[in-house]
Design a protein. Structure first.
Length: 627
């Protein structure tokens, strides 16, 4: 039986009131824009998979109505009310968007006979439902092309809901993607995928109950759908800004934006519609320089630079901007101001962080010290619903200076558990820590209560009162958070402390992704699973011969490290695996049966067995708020 959530404390209630008094809630332009052009809705909204399991249901957010309750930051409440507006919308005649059917949007451009789809949502089920909603209102037009704007799964995972791989193989459907798309989409989901997916479960609050005391939205969209993620590789790679492509009579001009919100990303302009697709580089939130699920730190300097280029290239002509999240912005003047605000917030955070770090301030100090110009503070699209000023500036510090803040006290700290034990001793025991944490909680100093109670839980994980005060504290921090992902992180932490671990509800390292690993990526994926100490004494080599690619790799395990080379090698390997490139992903399963089923021949299978024996895959259920 899940524990009942608790009400907001007076501290949080007055904090919510202060937000109401300080932000321009009377500006309701976003509500007009989010509902403009509605063509039709899917009702009821629930989308199910082949087994009848619900993978998306926007109706569960119907509580998002009226004024914010005490348990939700009014600014986040406002953003969630905007994000739940769902349906098929006309952006301009010939351009449609399905919004509120997943975390992301799909945009559909009508050509001479068919349509071009920009981004395909996260899972096949929501993708198919979105296409069906479009066709219900606009007719049974065939999909002629798909554009992936960038290498994140919520923009390509639903592709098999729109088309089949046979459509691509026959040449009937072209798929365009920015240079580096395949490498980055796979690398991000596979190398650190287990950890990212477990942390994403916190970030998007997929296991939380929805409601005023639970999940209310993730700022960028409401949450992740939980269907099947597909991966259909692109047929055409876009690599140059200004490159123009016409499909089905629709002209598209591409702008490359690598290293911005994703390592591989593009924007595109549709000159015949005077419409700009900003992908995920200009949306109605301050985005992440480092997402809380974890990633390589993004480059806000490049991000600002590319948005300047967007304005230079298209700002003189554009009449509407739409993106793969949130609602469009209409009118040249408003579009340009929107792009300028978005550009300036990334440039400002970047430059001010560097200015302050050069004065010796550390990440947490910059996060407290930095002030936004009032115009950006009051621009709804620049507020931190997904990224935040606080975590973005720490990420910028990390990008330039790394994890070490230069203070030798932090160079060789004890682990969290060892520190916690020592703090408990210093305080006079775990009970004393708990008393201290409860006092801080009662005084409304939740940040300090979290630090003290966290030491108590890490010193003695089964201490019921320690877990309780920490859960209560995270809950209040969640209620007060303007950022959707902060709220989810705090409430997920409270939930796991109270009710036990919920694991990893959505996984983006799906079979389709594994099937598209290149041989090198596959060897890397195996290498990061090798249990070093167990493999110290192993010394083996395996040749992998790809009959259809005329390639031969020598894979070696020595000193606990798995390495590989495609160059000619001396002597014979201990074993040889022979087969086609497309069969090779069976290696990920490791078992001789899986290899045989895929048609891979193995000499000396015991050598492969020795490799498989030292593989140590990730833990989808690892602890976060307890040791
Ligand atoms: Zn996205």
């Amino acid at each position: 039986m899940p524990t009942t959530p608790k009400p907001a404390t007076p501290t949080v209630v007055s904090q919510q009131q202060a937000v109401l008094n300080s932000l321009p809630f009377s500006d309701t332009q976003d509500f007009e824009d989010a509902n403009r052009g509605l063509v039709g809705r899917r009702q009821p909204n629930a989308v199910t998979d082949a087994h009848g399991t619900v993978v998306w249901d926007n109706d569960t957010y119907s509580f998002l109505d009226g004024d914010a309750p005490d348990t939700v930051n009014p600014s986040l409440w406002r953003q969630s009310k905007l994000n739940v507006a769902e349906g098929l919308f006309e952006v301009v005649p010939g351009i449609y968007q399905v919004r509120g059917m997943d975390l992301s949007n799909t945009s559909i451009i009508e050509g001479d006979e068919g349509v071009i789809v920009i981004d395909t949502l996260l899972t096949n089920e929501t993708g198919a439902a979105a296409l069906a909603l479009y066709r219900e209102h606009r007719g049974d037009r065939p999909v002629k092309a798909i554009v992936y704007t960038h290498s994140h799964a919520d923009h390509y995972g639903g592709t098999k809901g729109f088309i089949s791989t046979a459509d691509v193989d026959s040449g009937a459907v072209k798929i365009f993607a920015p240079e580096g798309f395949v490498e980055h989409s796979i690398v991000e989901n596979v190398y650190a995928g287990t950890a990212m997916n477990r942390r994403a479960a916190y970030m998007f609050g997929a296991a939380l109950a929805r409601g005023p005391q639970g999940q209310v939205g993730a700022g960028l969209g409401q949450t992740l759908s939980t269907g099947e993620v597909s991966f259909v590789p692109p047929t055409d790679i876009i690599s140059t800004t200004g490159q123009e492509v016409t499909v089905d009579g629709v002209r598209m001009i591409f702008q490359m934006a690598p290293g911005t919100e994703a390592p591989s990303e593009l924007l595109l302009y549709l000159p015949d519609f005077k419409a700009l697709c900003t992908a995920e580089d200009a949306t109605h939130t301050l985005h992440n320089t480092l997402t809380l699920r974890g990633a390589v730190v993004r480059d806000p300097h490049a991000w600002a630079h590319y948005l300047t280029e967007t304005i230079d290239l298209f700002g003189g002509d554009v009449e509407v901007a739409f993106a793969s999240h949130h609602w469009p912005t209409w009118g040249k003047e408003r579009v340009v101001r929107f792009l300028q605000d978005q550009r300036d917030i990334y440039a400002y955070l970047h430059d001010q962080t560097l200015r302050m770090l050069n004065k010796g301030l550390t990440g947490p100090e910059i996060a407290e010290e930095i002030q936004l110009p009032p115009a950006l503070e009051n621009a709804w699209n620049a507020r931190g619903y997904y990224g935040s000023v606080s975590h973005n500036v720490k990420a910028i510090y990390q990008r330039y200076l790394g994890w070490f803040d230069g203070n030798p006290a932090h160079l060789w700290e004890h682990t969290p558990v060892e520190r916690a034990k020592r703090y408990a001793k210093l305080a006079g025991g775990v009970d004393a820590l708990v008393t201290n944490a409860r006092e801080a909680f009662d005084a409304g100093d939740f940040r300090w209560a979290a630090e003290v109670a966290n030491h108590a839980v890490f010193a003695e994980p089964d201490h019921a009162a320690a877990r309780e005060v920490l859960a209560d504290t995270y809950e209040q921090l969640g209620y007060g958070a303007e950022n959707g992902t902060w709220r989810d992180f705090y409430l997920a932490g409270a939930m796991e402390l109270r009710d036990g671990q919920f694991g990893t509800p959505t996984e983006t390292n799906a079979p389709d992704v594994i099937a598209n690993l290149t041989p090198e990526m596959l060897f890397d994926a195996l290498a990061i699973q090798v249990n070093g100490p167990e493999a110290w004494d192993e010394n083996l080599s395996i040749d992998v011969v790809l009959t259809d690619a005329d390639t031969r790799y020598r894979v070696r395990l020595s000193n606990g490290a798995l390495t590989y080379s495609a160059a000619a090698q001396e002597g014979d390997a201990d074993a040889t695996i022979t087969g086609t490139r497309s069969a090779l992903p069976a290696l990920a399963a490791g078992s001789p049966d899986a290899l045989a089923a895929a048609g891979l021949e193995v000499t000396n299978p015991s050598v492969l067995g020795r490799l498989v024996a030292v593989l140590d895959p990730g833990d989808k259920n690892f602890a976060i708020v307890t040791p």
